[in-house]
Design a protein. Structure first.
Length: 198
């Protein structure tokens, strides 16, 4: 059973999610490499109080960016007629909103690690469209995964600054988000990398 059954396809923490392709020890080394530590976890958890009531507004910004770029929205186009699949966009949006809360939640445990590899599969031809049973573009080119790190994290900062926290606190939360999203993009890249090279 999903941790949030009201979000179709959200399988975080369930037996439906295969295990991660790396061990927790390897994940710790990756965190160390991007300078992600306990202070970042605390900053992310602090950010959750800001983002939890702004999820829809954040998604409006991100979806507005994707929607204004035909090369990005093309991954949501139906193969049959080349038009955006609005149900698919809506389903992904619900999971994307939950992703915001999961990122801020600071639970970087085995279940979280496993789910990152599942998210990666859902972007790659090995798993894209399967979760929502749609016939849309079959693959998201890898180049857009790391490229989206900047617009996602840059546009988040104003939302982190809305509740009057000090500049130092906002900066710490923002830096933690950048590191976390970078970690996630690295993990999502697994199906794109030649076997043995990850």
């Amino acid at each position: 059973m999903s941790l949030n059954p009201t979000i179709p396809g959200y399988t975080y923490g369930t037996s439906a999610v295969p295990g991660a392709a790396i061990s927790m020890e390897e994940f710790e080394l990756l965190k160390k490499t991007v300078l992600f530590g306990e202070e970042d976890v605390k900053a992310l958890q602090q950010s959750k109080t800001m983002v939890k009531d702004q999820v829809e507004a954040i998604l409006d910004v991100w979806y507005g960016f994707v929607g204004s770029n035909p090369h990005l929205v093309s991954t949501f186009l139906r193969v049959a007629d080349g038009q955006p699949d609005m149900e698919y966009l809506g389903a992904v949006r619900k999971r994307f909103g939950r992703w915001i809360l999961d990122t801020a939640g600071g639970s970087y445990d085995q279940a979280w690690l496993d789910y990152q590899f599942e998210i990666g599969r859902r972007h790659h031809r090995v798993g894209k469209n399967m979760t929502d049973k749609v016939a849309a573009a079959p693959h998201i080119p890898f180049r857009y995964l790391p490229a989206l790190l900047y617009p996602v994290t840059a546009t988040l900062r104003p939302f982190l600054a809305k509740q009057g926290h000090s500049e130092a606190e906002v900066s710490a939360m923002h830096q933690a988000w950048i590191k976390s999203v970078l970690l996630q993009v690295i993990l999502w890249s697994y199906p794109y990398v030649k076997e043995g090279d990850f």
